[in-house]
Design a protein around this ligand. Structure first.
Ligand code: 13P
Length: 296
């Protein structure tokens, strides 16, 4: 069933874990997330990254939102719809009007005061329109730029506390050694910093750049306050590998109608990956039962 992202994050918080939020570009990815969530009884979030439809012409915003809603209503497990990194007021509000009830405004490249001002402006309008807002404090950069010491960009607990109080956001993305894309070297999450931020705020915390972070670190981060965990690069790379595998398998058998078999093949591979990944949400010793049992 379609559920508000803030409600799903509250469930994750109460269960001391994180819900995984997958960047999706098309029906194959969304279908795979929703059906695997149902199979494993694990709530999940589906995200659209504006850059993907703006630069790569992958989807249209309204169509994506409707597709997710229809698929979500076909299962019992809670599924949330979320718009990932948006950088200006107008595009966030337009996406809400086109069907997204959870959005991210990312003004983390600005000064703290500017970030607060833009985030507050978005939050005020979004809340009137019934949408949840995620924002970012500190700056989660690109993994390719993060092979050195970038702790200047890490989130500071006192700034996070002020940010939360002055913006009224529904979730907060933080920088603790995570980064987007393919890591140059194994990341090491600053768990002590995470604990400080979690103690200083009363808001679900979000970890971006989920691809490539070792699972043992993730499990600790989920226990220490991360309630939403974003994955993109890894999921897209499984998709790409599945297409390559299919093409390789079909070499010499290139009838046009073979194209119709691609989605089913790809979905099988995506679901295999997702089933493993979703175990992260439920695998804690601290949990007597999976969070999926909550909510319906
Ligand atoms: P990765 O592509 O590194 O998994 O990051 C995804 C993300 O954080 C989207 O906001």
């Amino acid at each position: 069933m379609l559920e508000k992202v803030s409600t799903i994050l509250k469930m994750a918080d109460e269960s001391n874990t994180a819900v995984i939020s997958f960047i999706c570009t098309d029906y194959n990815m969304v279908y795979s997330v929703v059906t695997t969530a149902e199979k494993t009884n694990t709530p999940a979030l589906v995200m659209l990254l504006p850059e993907h439809y703006e630069k790569n012409n992958t989807m249209n915003v309204h169509g994506f939102a409707e597709m997710v809603k229809e698929l979500a209503e076909s299962v019992k497990v809670p599924i949330g719809l979320h718009l990932d990194h948006s950088y200006d007021y107008d595009s966030v509000i337009t996406s809400i009007k086109k069907g997204f009830d959870s959005v991210m405004i990312d003004a983390s490249a600005y000064s703290l005061d500017e970030n607060i001002a833009l985030t507050r402006k978005v939050t005020e309008t979004a809340h009137i329109l019934g949408a949840d807002v995620e924002a970012e404090i500190g700056h989660v950069g690109l993994a390719q730029d993060c092979d050195g010491d970038k702790t200047d960009y890490y989130t500071k607990a006192d700034a996070a506390a002020r940010f939360y109080q002055e913006t009224n956001v529904d979730s907060l993305a933080i920088a603790i050694g995570n980064a987007h894309g393919v890591y140059v070297e194994t990341p090491h999450l600053d768990i002590q910093r995470l604990e400080e931020i979690n103690a200083a705020t009363d808001v679900p915390l979000v970890l971006h750049g989920g691809s490539g972070i070792p699972h043992d670190q993730l499990e600790i981060a989920f226990r220490k306050g991360i309630n939403k965990f974003n994955v993109g690069t890894e999921f897209l790379s499984v998709y790409y590998d599945a297409v390559k595998e299919y093409v390789h398998m079909m070499e010499g058998n290139d009838k046009p109608l073979k194209m119709l078999e691609v989605p089913e093949f790809v979905q099988t591979r995506l679901c295999e990956y997702l089933e493993e990944k979703m175990k992260l949400s439920t695998n804690h010793e601290s949990l007597s039962q999976p969070i999926m049992k909550i909510g319906y």
